[in-house]
Write a protein that binds this ligand. Structure first.
Ligand code: 5AD
Ligand code: SF4
Length: 455
């Protein structure tokens, strides 16, 4: 930790309430929850909805330029009283903190703390410094030390994230993650079983295992045998109380046979796979350093479909990677037409400082990227709608996550991760049989069949 005394920063009153705002990926959501738990232990409490917080933690994302720039406007809004009446103490966490810590400290004097994704277990100590008027930056990357220093899980929720693996060694040429999150590391098997147990005790019925390359997770089971992600999934599935398991995000090159097989064998493993392809053209994939081809990706998906015929497929796409021609872009559309994703995420290429692609020739003009993204999303929307339409008439279990907008309405997820809303007798955390009756572009309306009982 590097404390810096700054004459502009007066000693602050000790904050009593906090709010963590997480942007970007689900790993940030997990980190945000854990920072909240640390602050709870320190005696702070979450600011009630709609009320000012004394401390605001901006848990940032650096993956695309827009996401990274957002932080400065958020800080401005907080200090100018636009977000809440009283300007709070501000901490910046997450990947922008890691990548631009020093710059944030210079550019935003209102920020008291800057803490990277591998150092946030030190947030309570940094808070003491901030209260004493010292601004503090901590962007160290100690391998895995963080998890041992975090308090036990206790957040009550029917769905929970569990980070099993962090970091990335793949170095796709467009991506900042290997620089902001560091090298791939796997958390130990026994720690994960322990954390899963605690999540279940706190009410989790669905656990999503998280990692930048979650399927690269590797460890040793209690008997000292080497296990991969499939082994971890099989072990967590044996725990009483958890009913659903998911994992994200995977890389095509780390896919083991056993993980594919698990989709056909482990009933609690949900029929859903998020497997980014980024591009459907082999020249572009090579320039991206993806180390797979469009064909090898498609064959992999075929094997998942053989193991679990109803599996819903999701992916990530980048349009306008440097040098991408119209014909190469069309190869991506061809992959979409072949796979028919149930949902997917798509982005315009965004040059990230320090990555090889940022300085490649033939950066694609914005209007070309806009046009390609619109055409690509039209197909993804078409397929998502078709997927939802095909579910109508089916009855499936829905895990109730929260109340809907209208009184008596509930919102939950199908096994295929579609949002489903319905009315009737239910509670948050119920797994309930619901008949799917009416599909929309992003969700499906359901109803409880007369004979069904909540479990
Ligand atoms: N520009 C646009 N999209 C990106 N992604 C990662 N880096 C970039 C970038 N520089 C996308 C990829 C990845 C997802 C998390 O974000 O599709 O899978
Ligand atoms: Fe980024 Fe590629 Fe690693 Fe995914 S696999 S985090 S896109 S470098």
């Amino acid at each position: 930790m590097k404390p810096t005394t700054d004459p502009r920063v007066a000693p602050n009153e000790s904050p009593k309430t906090y709010r963590v705002k997480s942007f970007g990926c689900q790993m940030n959501v997990y980190d945000g929850e854990r920072m909240g738990e640390l602050l709870d232990e320190k005696g702070l409490s979450p600011a009630p909805e709609g009320e000012d917080a004394d401390l605001v933690v901006l848990n940032t994302c650096h993956i695309r330029e827009k996401a990274a720039e957002k932080i400065y406007s958020d800080i401005g809004r907080l200090t100018k009283g636009k977000t809440q009446k009283k300007a709070p103490m501000i901490a910046v966490a997450g990947c922008v903190a890691q990548a631009e810590g020093e710059e944030i400290m210079t550019r935003a004097p209102a920020v008291s703390m800057v803490v990277g994704p591998q150092a946030y277990h030190r947030l309570p100590d940094m808070l003491d410094s901030a209260v004493a008027g010292e601004r503090a930056t901590d962007t160290d990357m100690p391998a895995i030390a963080k998890f041992g220093a975090l308090p036990a899980r206790k957040r009550r929720s029917p769905t929970a994230f569990l980070t099993v693996q962090e970091g990335c060694d793949k170095f796709c040429t467009y991506c900042v993650v290997p620089y902001t999150r560091g090298a791939e590391i796997s958390r130990p098997f026994s720690d994960l079983i322990d954390e899963a147990r605690r999540l279940i005790e706190a009410g989790a019925r669905e656990i999503t295992l998280l990692g930048q390359n979650v399927n690269a997770w590797a460890g040793e089971d209690d008997a000292g045998r080497p296990v991969g992600l499939a082994g971890l999934i099989r072990a967590i599935a044996k725990l009483d109380g958890v009913e659903r398991l998911r994992y994200t995000t995977s890389h095509p090159n780390d896919m083991e046979d056993d993980l594919i097989a698990a989709h056909g064998e482990v009933a609690k493993l949900m029929p859903y796979l998020h497997l980014p392809v980024q591009s459907g053209n082999d020249r572009v994939l090579k320039a991206m350093n993806r180390a797979h081809t469009a064909e090898s990706y498609l064959r992999l998906l075929e094997r998942f479909r053989e193991a679990r015929p109803d599996i819903a497929l999701s992916g990530d796409f980048i349009v306008g990677f440097p040098g991408e021609t119209e014909e190469e872009f069309q190869d991506t559309l061809a992959v979409i037409d072949e796979v028919r994703y149930s949902q997917a995420f798509s982005f315009k290429y965004s040059p990230r400082p320090g990555t090889p692609a940022a300085t490649m020739d033939n950066q694609i003009p914005r209007d070309v990227m806009d046009d390609r993204l619109a055409r690509l999303q039209e197909r993804l929307n078409r397929d998502q709608r078709a997927f939802n339409d095909a579910l109508v008439g089916k009855t499936c279990s829905i895990l109730v996550e929260r109340k809907g907008k209208l009184p008596g309405q509930w919102l939950g997820k199908s096994p295929w991760l579609t949002s489903v809303w319905f009315e009737g007798a239910a509670e948050i955390g119920d797994l309930i049989e619901v008949e799917l009756v009416d599909a929309g572009p992003n969700s499906i309306a359901g109803r409880i069949p007369q004979t069904a009982n909540a479990t």
